[in-house]
Design a protein around this ligand. Sequence first.
Ligand SMILES: [Fe+2]
Ligand SMILES: [Fe+2]
Length: 157
Amino acid sequence: MPKRHPTLIPLSQDHHHALALALRCRKQGLGQIKPMGAKGLRERATEFLGLYARELISHFRAEEEILFPRLRAQVPDSDQLIDELLRDHESIRRAIPKLEAGTSLGKLIFDLGDLLERHIRREERELFPLFEQHAELMNAEEIGEKINRILSARLKE
Ligand SMILES: [Fe+2]
Ligand SMILES: [Fe+2]
């Protein structure tokens, strides 16, 4: 991934972890990694739920409460992109109880991996560059501090 604005680095690090998991989920859904079948799918479901609880909940919060509103306010062109990214978050949230239930995991794990991968790539390729282009107009340092405050809460959980 490209060198990021300092404000975005903690979010980018999360993306790195989440992207690796997304790719594993997609491969698992396609039966390309062992153990195959139900056992492997359950492993990926557990892994997904773990990363969701540890990192993604607070990651989404930092984006939804800080980054997205600040970008929207400063860059009106970002509106549609942010709406779509919010819908992705919602789809991922809605999948969590299904992962916990553990039924029809094959399609679910594949779809979730695919969605998470596309979501992260859009943020890295479209949203973050938009922030970087306008960083000087925004109080990037203050935004960074607020993001870090939300992300650092996970250490105490
Ligand atoms: Fe996101
Ligand atoms: Fe993100």
